[in-house]
Structure formats: structure tokens, C-alpha cells
Design a protein around this ligand. Structure first.
Ligand SMILES: [Zn+2]
Length: 199
């Protein structure tokens, strides 16, 4: 796994983890990213069913797994004395209207309660990209979300943020969020996603 962006490496665990080619060429605007699962098999089926067919999603079970990871193998992501605020990636307004919920916000709210961290679902607002990200190939995703997120005027962003999203695909969405939060004054941003696209 890339120690910086958390990309899974097909060659399997190596003795000296080194940054992936993308992080080597241009480090991402967040500090670190980690994902619970590969976006494949049952995990992919559960996320797709929830998003597009409004099926129930195991929010509590996922929050429990994230809690276990953050207090176990990912414990270095939460430094003592600087507890981060959990911020979900906001939904596109029309998607929120249609589905009636935002999956990252549901998970983030359960996780923050379980682990005892502050929760701020309004730290970011989504002004709307032109095309839904899921319909675009990776190469066009960065341009599409560039400037789609902003910190509402007069809102003070917490210095340390745990940014939560459901799926990490090209990284364009969380990178756009991280840029908006950093330019509003956030010092540290750790990205945690439920699933991560595999090469
Ligand atoms: Zn990387």
C-alpha cells in the first residue's frame, strides 16, 4: 500500500513501502488516505445497491469497522492531544434530495459518536460539478470537481480534520475537498474511505 495515499499495490506487501508513482510525481493536498476495503465484490455490490437502488446499507457495521481500524492498525492517524473533527464529503444537492440521505455523513456521524470525536457536517458545501463523477473517466474527474467544494463564508474550519467518503476512485473528490479546507486554514487532513478502487 502507498504509505501516503493508501493506493493498493497489486504486487502485494513489500519490505519497504514506498510512495506510489502518483504521490511521487505530485503529493496530494491531504496528509494521508486509508481505505477499509477494496471496491470490489460484496463491498462494491452493497455500495452500489445503496446509492442507486436506495437499499439499506450497513452503516453501523461500517462505523464499527472504521472505529476498530482507527483504534487499531490505523491508530497513528489520530495523534494524542490533537483530536481531529470528522467531516463528511457532502452530497451533490440534487442527489441528496433524491436519495434523502448522504452516506458519508451517516457513517461519519455514527463513527464520531462511537469514537468520541467532534462531527462537523457543514464544514464543506458542494456547489455542484457539471457531470456526476461516476459517469466520467478518471482523466476528466479532476477538472470536473475543481472548485465544486467550498468552506461556507465566515465558517471556522477545525485545524485537524478526518475527511470521510464512501469510495475513493480517482482521488479527485477528496483532493478538491482537501484543497478547499486547507485554503480555509485547516492544517492537517487525513482521508478515510470505506472502499478504494483497485487497479
Ligand atoms: Zn500514493
Amino acid at each position: 500500500m502507498c504509505p501516503r495515499c493508501g493506493a493498493f499495490d497489486r504486487s502485494g506487501p513489500g519490505p519497504h513501502p514506498s510512495p506510489c508513482g502518483l504521490c511521487d510525481a505530485a503529493p496530494p493536498p491531504f496528509d494521508l488516505a486509508r481505505s477499509l476495503f477494496a471496491y470490489a465484490g460484496d463491498v462494491r455490490a452493497a455500495i452500489v445497491a445503496t446509492k442507486y437502488a436506495a437499499r439499506p446499507y450497513p452503516v453501523d457495521a461500517v462505523a464499527l469497522r472504521l472505529h476498530e481500524a482507527l483504534t487499531g492498525r490505523w491508530r497513528d492517524l489520530i495523534p494524542d492531544g490533537a483530536p481531529p473533527t470528522v467531516v463528511p464529503v457532502p452530497a451533490h444537492p440534487w442527489k441528496y434530495f433524491r436519495r434523502g440521505f448522504n452516506l458519508p455523513a451517516l457513517i461519519a456521524s455514527r463513527l464520531s459518536r462511537r469514537i468520541g470525536l467532534p462531527f462537523d457536517p457543514l464544514a464543506l458545501s458542494r456547489t455542484g460539478e457539471r457531470v456526476p463523477q461516476a459517469r466520467l473517466p478518471g482523466i476528466l474527474r479532476h477538472e470536473n470537481v475543481d472548485g465544486a467544494f467550498r468552506v461556507p463564508r465566515n465558517r471556522i474550519v477545525p485545524p485537524s480534520i478526518l475527511l470521510l467518503d464512501d469510495v475513493y476512485t480517482s482521488g479527485a473528490t477528496v483532493e478538491a475537498c482537501a484543497r478547499a479546507l486547507k485554503s480555509a486554514g485547516a492544517a492537517s487532513i487525513v482521508v478515510v474511505t470505506v472502499a478504494r478502487a483497485v487497479p
